[in-house]
Write a protein that binds this ligand. Sequence first.
Ligand code: C5P
Length: 222
Amino acid sequence: MEPIQIAIDGPASAGKSTIAKILATDLNFVYVDTGAMYRSVTLAALKQGVNPAAEADVIALLPHLEISFAPGNPVQKVFLNGEEVTDDIRSNAVTGNVSAVASYGAVRTAMVAQQRQIAAQGGVVMDGRDIGTTVLPDAEVKVFLIASVKERALRRFKENQAKGMTETLAEIEAAVEKRDYLDSHREISPLKKAADAVELDTTGLSIDGVVDAVKQIIAEKV
Ligand code: C5P
């Protein structure tokens, strides 16, 4: 396969990172979880006692942050200034504040620059909210993954239970809906299907079923 760019966007907990990681492994492409980058900035703010709602204070942290990735199973490892934060960036505190941090223009400019730099190295599967619209507008393949909010909340609920987290299904559903609202209503690069993206509804599909469907979309495009 040519070293193409594959953009996978969609709302919270639609299975983007699971699918993107499997595809990248199968294709021997680089995988970039852009949500992990916004989560890392949010974690840095929380750790340093910076209010995530204070835009100027969050932006002031940016020159001091280095976010990097390393292969890992079942999820890619994430490092913030050399310290592994793979699990910490999934905490409820980070999830509850990340949409605010990701709405700041200077944060997005810094993250997008790093994302494009990684993508320039060759074949890439990148997942996020604005990959097809903003980060990689010329990506050869753009997929917009959706699923009913009930199913997305249920998937996250099962994952959280396995990790010993105690939120109810109703709380998770409310949090998922709130994050989607904030992400799709922000001013800069909101969550939006690119005009040339293929929408795929994964409600009721298994992981293998979604991977097969995305591979079919890739085969039709390249
Ligand atoms: O993908 P994940 O749910 O980990 O993303 C966490 C948050 O990061 C999103 O809710 C969104 O606010 C932000 N994000 C973004 N642009 C991206 C990826 C994630 O704004 N490309």
